[in-house]
Design a protein around this ligand. Structure first.
Ligand SMILES: [Mg+2]
Length: 189
């Protein structure tokens, strides 16, 4: 982290993502060691379902704690909220049941003054994040680009909302072809 910070300078936001690989003692040690770097957040330090472990960490560190990408419902996220386990939630709209469930969770999170950084599928999450009252982060993944005709406009680290209807994206011909192929396999006797 020292080398990365020196290389990038102080103006570049830095985040550490542990992908649930630490246990509670390791997380406390790492969290203390990382405080000096002024991270934007520490992501998934613990098992995604360890609400109490996240809560203890969040209470003991100044660095914001984030998790939630692996959770599969609003109810599972509410367990984090009930324990004051996070400073920032990372819901994944497709994983928690779609746009309606995401908006429900966003209302709960805003009520607790949490930050928001949705996980993956930026084509869906850009619009949802833009509707959040506190300025959100949106993860950049270009993995789904072949699914859609449009590309998000990104400049200077910021994503721009389109004025097209809905999410502003349409399935590409390539994606339609994949859908067709699946349907044909499924209808064989
Ligand atoms: Mg992540």
């Amino acid at each position: 982290m020292t080398a990365v910070r020196e290389h990038l300078g102080d103006d570049v936001p830095l985040i550490v993502d542990a992908n649930q690989q630490w246990d509670r003692p390791a997380t406390q040690r790492m969290g203390r060691a990382l405080e000096q770097f002024g991270l934007i957040w520490i992501e998934e330090p613990l098992d995604a379902y360890d609400a109490q472990g996240h809560a203890a960490l969040a209470a003991s560190l100044d660095t914001p704690i984030a998790t939630g990408e692996m959770l599969a419902s609003v109810a599972e996220h509410q367990e984090l909220l009930r324990h004051n386990a996070v400073d920032l939630i990372q819901p994944d709209a497709p994983r928690i049941g779609g746009i309606t469930q995401f908006l429900k969770l966003a209302a709960f999170a805003e009520h607790q003054h949490l930050q928001l950084a949705p996980h993956f599928a930026m084509e869906i999450h850009l619009h949802l994040a833009a509707a959040y009252p506190h300025e959100p982060w949106v993860e950049h993944f270009d993995w789904l680009e072949t699914l859609f005709n449009e590309r998000l406009r990104i400049s200077d680290g910021r994503m721009h909302l389109s004025s097209r209807p809905g999410l502003g994206i349409a399935l590409s011909e390539q994606a339609r072809a994949w859908t067709q192929a699946v349907r044909e396999v499924g209808t064989r006797p």
